[in-house]
Design a protein around this ligand. Structure first.
Ligand code: PFF
Ligand code: NA
Length: 455
């Protein structure tokens, strides 16, 4: 990651394909896997939702990721610029760059609630260390979470720390230290998740969890569940946020776009599924509600930490890893706005980082007010945070993905894209997917959602 923005466009490259896969996996694996996937699976009835999610990753997410990387690899610039370069080279107007810029806006909005949830994780490092989970009594653990979320000032404090950390690292330029930290912390996070899943399997209700997650009951699947699964497949792979175009711009020659995309998606999916297997056995053993919402992991894992031997240390480690995973994704989320302020508005790197950070901090107040249930953030039967989450993940990201698919399949020159994918056999099966299948699938889901069609 140290090469990010050391030069503007042009010649900067990841050192090798491992560095690229690591960086992209670092951006992909985050709160989406450990915090969001388990709770939306719970809210949408389990197995059937998981199946639709996996299908979305495979048939839409991976192909769209390949398209984004291909666009970046051709343009070798920031997302908007790369997209307009591809358009111009294909004899199309440069305004097609909006496809890249849309992602920058979506990423910025996502970041404004991402920092709040990362703040919860930060708070929980200290709660775990102080022994606040006690002996893991479910009621006490729930009360602890309520205590944090109902305290607007505490939320503001933790969120501010996260924003500050993001600004400090991104302002300096992302240094080699971060890449090294990620490459050690991600495997540890993965191991810890496995340990937790093992613990949950032996102490919790593993059979009920398996049944819930992998035994599809289609009567529980709603059209809204399909939209959430589709949106989450984009969110979790960091698609339609500009970032994969940006990372593709640094792709060294000779790296297979198809193979590397498969690896990134595989790691991301594995972490999400294991997170589910660490949480659901505890949920069912303690008769908690799978549909508890965004607080789910904060109300379940501490039960395990409180009850297991050495749980205090494991808890501290777990939340450190969670914050790191979230932090690397937050850096990816802010990077494109910062790069844009530098490139287009002539900001210094620090000026851009502080400006973008201040904007995020202000926007985060809406989410904080929602979480603390202040009346100002409640409207029309929902709240600012829920509305923002729905707008970004379920509307902006799928529309952004649709725009990328349409751009790649219908606007960009076919042989230009074939050159970027650089594997004729792969291209032959991928191209119809990006040209027809992905856009049609996304459109069908939306038409069904707004009630124009009824499948
Ligand atoms: N993929 C991240 C997650 O699953 O938590 C979220 C994310 C990061 C989305 C970076 C978009 C992005 F550009
Ligand atoms: Na993810």
């Amino acid at each position: 990651m140290q090469q990010t923005n050391s030069k503007k466009g042009g010649t900067t490259r990841w050192s090798n394909r491992f560095a690229y896969i690591l960086a992209a996996t670092g951006a992909a694996v985050g709160l989406g896997n450990i915090w969001k996937f388990p709770y939306i699976t719970g809210e949408n009835g389990g197995g059937a939702f998981v199946l639709v999610y996996l299908i979305c990753i495979l048939l839409i997410g991976i192909p769209v990721m390949m398209a984004e990387v291909a666009i970046g690899k051709y343009g070798r610039r920031t997302p908007g610029k790369s997209t307009s370069e591809v358009a111009k080279a294909s004899g199309k107007p440069a305004f097609w760059g909006f496809v890249g810029w849309m992602g920058v806006i979506s990423g910025y909005l996502i970041l404004s609630f991402y920092v709040v949830i990362t703040g919860w994780g930060l708070a929980y490092i200290f709660k775990a260390g102080a022994g606040d989970f006690g002996n893991g009594d479910p009621a006490a653990v729930q009360a602890l979470f309520k205590g944090l979320t109902s305290n607007g000032w505490a939320l503001l404090g933790w969120t501010s720390l996260v924003v500050l950390g993001t600004v400090l690292v991104i302002g300096k330029g992302v240094k080699a230290g971060l890449e090294r930290a990620v490459s050690t912390l991600m495997p540890i996070l993965f191991l810890l998740l496995l340990v937790l899943a093992g613990y949950a399997a032996s102490e919790g209700d593993f059979a009920a969890a398996l049944h819930f997650m992998f035994d599809p009951d289609f009567s529980k699947l709603t059209i809204n569940g399909v939209v959430v699964a589709l949106g989450h497949s984009f969110f979790t792979l960091s698609l339609a946020s500009g970032i994969m175009i940006m990372y593709g711009a640094y792709l060294p020659e000779g790296v297979s776009i198809a193979k590397s995309s498969l690896w990134i998606a595989f790691f991301d999916t594995l972490v999400a599924l294991i997170a589910g297997m660490a949480i659901y056995p505890i949920v069912f053993a303690h008769h908690l509600a799978p549909g508890a919402g965004p607080g789910l992991i904060f109300q379940t894992l501490p039960i395990a930490f409180g009850q297991m031997p050495g749980g205090r240390l494991v808890g501290v480690l777990f939340f450190i890893m969670l914050v790191f995973a979230a932090f690397t994704s937050a850096l990816a989320l802010i990077e494109s706005s910062v790069a844009w302020l530098v490139e287009k508005r002539g900001f210094s790197r620090w000026g851009a980082a502080i400006t973008a950070g201040l904007g995020i901090w202000l926007l985060s107040l809406g989410t904080i007010a929602s979480v603390a249930e202040l009346p100002i953030a409640q409207f029309a039967g929902t709240d600012f945070f829920s509305a923002l989450d729905y707008l970004t993940a379920n509307i902006l990201l799928p529309i952004g993905g649709l725009a990328i698919a349409v751009f790649t399949g219908w606007v960009a020159n076919k042989s230009l894209i074939a050159d970027m994918i650089d594997a004729p056999a792969v291209f032959k099966s991928w191209y119809p997917v990006i040209k027809f299948l992905a856009p049609v699938a996304i459109l069908l889901v939306f038409l069904q959602l707004v009630g124009i069609i009824n499948l």
